[in-house]
Design a protein around this ligand. Structure first.
Ligand code: PEP
Ligand code: MG
Length: 538
């Protein structure tokens, strides 16, 4: 049996697919047999085409026709006589090996597309890059990304980026396991959103299992059993059933408003990363959205989302929540969340560096697009906005000044926004917790981000399994900062929520209720269990 950090509840029984870290290193060797090199190329093109057909079908099913059209253009590129012809010529004329020919020709196509005036044509550069990488991987005999086509797959990887996780197809991938990561790394959080079991921080799981192995994943205890015997399989099949029944049983709490025994009303809200996640939150009977991590709108694409695109996403969530509070957090990029098209400076400590509000106050151009979209969407529901990683009052006031600029612009353009929006901050840096009593005079609310607050308080990286023994939400220093934050808010008549993973932690909830926390926000899959615990508190 192998052990790791249980990151998302549930059980799964399925077969392993290992996600290899793809290394596209190309050697510059000359070839003698030009014909056989062209045959290699043809084969790689054919495999690439089949793969893209499958991705296209999946996209059509999951995301609709317009997203699927991208893959049609990828197939066209694979068959484009100019592109493929140039690669073949390079092999024939210069005895270049197929990999180097693909790389050189696609680089020259890329340069042409990238220098074009027309935005649409410039965007085609991303398609050329995508298609040529796929051909290269197939020439090198490597699997690209995580296009899983098998049912009942247990995905095993050294690590999964948040955008890898966001792309997982729940129909096929029933659990995942990673060598590195902690309970609050973003891929773990995404697993809870997807409601699939996950175990992280397993150290060497990629080398201790092989493709095709049968595994039992116990996402409650953090255990993995490799190639179990029949008796163990039967035992876990029963557990799978019991778990399903337990989850069914909790559904009685969907409509229940959560009050403690002494009658204090407590809001139990959901965390989302994409606008479609709102449905899961509603299904689980949430009182609102306590955290919309908007950075996911910026991922899995080649450029920044426009004001219009963001406006549509925020409006969608606000309308679906029908007047219930929706707390949207402004862009929190940096740390483990990166954007391919927005290179950030290399830093020794990215979690302590240029991220979140620090980046937004430096890139006002990016920040304003989001604020304008939020302001415009505010008329469609009950919007509250919060800024991440606030360390000082000055940052909050600067952010509010940018909000005022955006309001003035919208007013002069005759565009509507609500004056009722509440403006808050995430308390996730110890300095903010210590200064909560002062900050509370200026903000409308606090939301405690324990994922970061714990790592900064204990100097224990939330991503590191090696120091996970230190990463303890119940450490007295962490509890004391939480209490200070809640008291600070209440002293000035403000409310205080929590949107870090601790809010859904069954062992922590009773203490947080006793401290007077007003709102708990968590992954949709934790909501009903949390409700049950809260209604049993005094
Ligand atoms: C947190 O830090 O607790 C939080 C909710 O933000 P994120 O996990 O996105 O950093
Ligand atoms: Mg955080």
């Amino acid at each position: 049996m192998k052990k790791g950090i249980a990151a998302s509840r549930g059980y799964a029984i399925g077969h392993v697919i290992i996600k290899e870290d793809v290394d596209i290193t190309i050697t510059d060797a000359k070839v003698e047999n030009v014909e056989s090199e062209k045959n290699r190329l043809d084969k790689a093109l054919e495999i690439s085409k089949n793969q893209i057909e499958k991705v296209k079908e999946k996209a059509l099913k999951n995301m609709g026709e317009d997203k699927a059209a991208v893959f049609e253009s990828h197939i066209m590129l694979l068959e484009d006589p100019e592109f493929i012809g140039a690669i073949e010529m390079e092999i024939t004329n210069n005895n270049t090996n197929a990999e180097k020919a693909v790389k050189d020709i696609s680089d020259s196509f890329l340069a042409i597309f990238e220098s074009m005036e027309d935005e649409y044509m410039r965007e085609r550069a991303a398609d050329v890059k995508d298609v040529s990488n796929r051909i290269l991987l197939n020439l090198l005999g490597k699997m690209s990304g995580i296009e899983i086509t098998e049912n009942n797959t247990i995905l095993v990887a050294h690590d999964l980026t948040p955008s890898d996780t966001a792309q997982l197809d729940k129909e096929k991938v029933i659990a995942f396991l990673t060598n590195i990561g902690g309970r609050t790394s973003h891929s773990a959080i995404m697993a809870r959103t997807l409601e699939i079991p996950a175990i992280v921080g397993m150290n060497d799981i990629t080398s201790s299992v092989k493709n095709g192995d049968l595994l039992i994943v116990d996402g409650i205890e953090g255990n993995v059993i490799v190639n179990p015997d029949d008796e163990t399989i039967k035992l876990y099949e029963r557990k799978v059933e019991e778990y399903k029944e337990e989850v069914e049983g909790l559904k009685r709490l969907i409509e229940v408003k959560t009050c403690t025994k002494s009658g204090k009303r407590i809001d139990v809200a959901g965390n989302i990363g994409k606008s479609e996640d709102v449905h899961k939150v509603i299904e689980n009977g949430a009182d609102g959205i306590g955290l919309f991590r908007t950075e996911f709108l910026y991922m899995d694409r080649d450029n920044l989302p426009t004001e219009e695109e963001q406006f549509e996403s925020y409006k969608y969530v606000l309308e679906k929540m029908e007047g219930k509070p929706v707390v949207i957090r402004t862009l929190d990029i940096g740390g483990d969340k990166k954007l391919s098209y927005l290179p950030l400076p290399e830093e020794m400590n990215p979690f302590l560096g240029y991220r979140a509000i620090r980046l937004c106050l430096d890139r006002i151009d990016i920040f304003k697009v989001q604020l304008r979209a939020l302001l415009r969407a505010s008329v469609f529901g009950n919007l509250k906005v919060m800024f991440p990683m606030i360390a000082s009052l000055d940052e909050f006031l600067k952010a509010k000044a940018v909000v005022d600029e955006c309001k003035a612009e919208l007013k002069s353009e005759g565009k509507e926004y609500s004056e009722e929006i509440e403006w808050g901050i995430m308390v996730e840096i110890p300095a903010a917790a210590v200064c909560a009593d002062e900050l509370a005079k200026y903000v409308d609310f606090f939301s405690i981000g324990t994922n970061d607050l714990i790592q900064y308080t204990l100097a224990a990286d939330r991503m590191s399994e090696k120091v996970s023994y230190l990463y303890n939400p119940m450490h007295p220093a962490v509890l004391s900062l939480i209490k200070m934050t809640i008291d600070g808010a209440h002293n000035h008549g403000k409310w205080c929520g929590m949107c870090g993973e601790m809010a859904g932690d069954e062992t922590a909830i009773p203490t947080l209720v006793s401290y007077g926390l007003d709102e708990f926000s968590m992954s949709a899959s934790s909501i009903l269990r949390a409700k049950q615990i809260i209604i049993n508190q005094d």
